[in-house]
Design a protein around this ligand. Structure first.
Ligand code: AMP
Length: 508
């Protein structure tokens, strides 16, 4: 297949909105692939390149985007894959040289598509999830069967090739293989624990660490570690290897979190910790600067047995038997009452963690479709912000000032710094009141925004604080939403950047 044809399919996918139409388009696309390009084609239509990260960024791509076209014969999928493989295997400026050679063989729409594909930002309203639905429909198998295969075989292209060769029965043949990463089980969010005992029975609670997901595979002396995104990170985490070596089992796949601690024993925030996996050199130095330890929580495979279908209760029991040092296990409790659960949550938060994980004792290890087997309980944090401006709304909010610019005080309490924008959580009454009152404090405006004097204070809930160059505070609130308008507070009473840093546990 010519790459151009794939780009056309991608555009068509973007232009249709119904799920069924998208699924039909993907099925149509699958049928057009010849055997040698099945694996590549399925990945591309899912917005994935088989090479994973090839370490070319947006600005690099832009710098070669407009090279002169020298070749009119369009490239096919295999040619693109071969080029990407070459790019992956060379260093530095060589990468862009090869990319520009490839661009010289493409028209503008192909170049744009490939750029998004490399950056993992294909915008067609369909990705791996939609391709899985298309495969289920095409082969007349259930979504769960596809999910179970995808857990064990992380390449949708390989799944498709095997199914088309072996027929729908082949879906049962996907087996866990050591040193092929298993797709990790994920959790759904909840904010409060009030109704857990009403809605669920037989669950346990665990500390939810804010670390790096690790999947440790071992067969005899060979040990490899994979990240949440199935990248190999073995060389970056020697401390984990040391622990894994001592586990008394010959073969296993263990799931857990790598956590870093500061001198006071408080866990390091993810933003600091993530340097451990990003940096491939100076590992010894990194190990000293940011020492880490494993906290294991699940067992996927042990001595030849895939135990994903076993209940969590049983998987955890075996895990406990093989992890001899309890320090390396995630703190775990079977709460009997609300107050026991609350106490455990408090304990986890005081120890500097994000909250709790709630896990159903009878649940299998399952990736993909979120079945509420794992729930993450991360209590929202709140701060008081002052409104520094607001943008005129669209759609339902047209005519109202809605997207609010949120400000907090700097260290000296003299200047307001922006930490984000939000229109979430605003009721119609709030919109009306805010529009009327913000206009009273207007100091400037442009087409979209009314800038105001810092007067109106609101309480804002958020889940995380991230470092961000976008705002002058250097931070951005994630998932910010308005809780209420604080007419009882003045602008000088809002929280400061010091409070925010405490929340974020980010040190300078
Ligand atoms: P989130 O990234 O917010 O969706 O939360 C899920 C992530 O929490 C997992 O991918 C793990 O990396 C991490 N995590 C921390 N503690 C636990 C735990 N006890 N059980 C499972 N995942 C955990």
């Amino acid at each position: 297949m010519k790459y151009k044809e794939l780009v056309d399919y991608s555009h068509k996918l973007k232009s249709v909105s119904s799920r069924n139409e998208k699924i039909e388009l993907i099925i149509d696309f699958l049928k057009r692939l010849v055997p040698e390009e099945r694996i590549i084609g399925v990945n591309y239509i899912a917005g994935i390149i088989r090479q994973g990260k090839i370490n070319i960024g947006w600005s690099g791509i832009q710098s070669v985007m407009n090279v002169k076209r020298t070749e009119e014969i369009p490239c096919d999928l295999k040619t693109i894959d071969a080029y990407l493989e070459k790019i992956k295997n060379v260093k530095g400026s060589e990468k862009l040289k090869i990319l520009s050679e490839l661009f010289a063989r493409m028209d503008e729409s192909e170049r744009k598509h490939l750029a998004s594909l490399i950056l993992g930002e294909i915008e067609q309203g369909a990705g791996a999830g939609m391709v899985k639905l298309a495969l289920a429909k095409f082969f007349n198998i259930t979504e769960q069967e596809i999910e179970d295969a995808y857990l064990r075989e992380p390449d949708l292209g390989i799944i498709y090739s095997k199914l088309i060769k072996g027929g729908k029965e082949a879906i049962k043949e996907f087996k866990i293989k050591l040193f092929t990463p298993v797709r990790p089980m994920l959790a759904e969010s909840i904010e409060a624990s009030d109704e857990l005992f009403r809605d669920y029975k037989d669950f346990i609670a665990e500390y939810k660490f804010d670390g790096i997901r690790i999947q440790v595979h071992r067969q005899g002396d060979e040990i490899k570690i994979y990240s949440r995104h199935l990248q190999e990170i073995t060389d970056q985490l020697p401390e984990i290897i040391e622990v894994a070596k001592k586990i008394p089992a010959n073969e296993f796949i263990i799931d857990g979190e790598a956590v870093g601690f500061d001198a006071n024993g408080m866990p390091l925030p993810f933003q600091i910790l993530s340097r451990r996996t990003m940096r491939k050199k100076d590992i010894t130095k990194m190990k000293e600067e940011i020492p880490i330890q494993p906290r294991f929580f699940d067992l996927i495979y042990i001595d030849g047995q895939d135990i994903t279908a076993e209940a969590y209760r049983r998987r955890h029991k075996i895990l406990k038997e093989i992890i001899e040092n309890p320090l390396y296990l995630v703190p775990h409790l079977e709460p009997k009452t609300d107050s026991e659960l609350d106490r455990f949550l408090e304990e986890s938060m005081t120890a500097g963690n994000e909250g709790l994980m709630i896990k159903m004792q009878e649940s299998p290890y399952q990736a993909g479709k979120r079945r509420r087997f794992w729930l993450k309980l991360k209590p929202a944090k709140t701060i008081d912000c002052v409104i520094l401006g607001a943008e005129w709304g669209h759609g339902r909010r047209r005519g109202w000032l809605s997207n609010l610019h949120l400000g907090i005080l700097d260290e000296t309490r003299t200047r307001y710094l922006m930490v984000g924008k939000t229109f979430k959580g605003l009721t119609d009454d709030m919109l009306r009141w805010l529009t009327e009152n913000l206009l009273k404090y207007k100091v400037a405006e442009d087409r979209w925004t009314v800038y105001t004097r810092p007067e109106i204070v609101i309480e804002v809930a958020f889940n995380e604080v991230q470092k961000s160059p976008k705002y002058d505070s250097g931070y951005a609130l994630r998932f910010a939403r308005v809780k209420r308008i604080r007419n009882d507070k003045m602008a000088k009473d809002v929280n400061t950047i010091i409070d925010l840093e405490k929340y974020a546990r980010i040190r300078r």
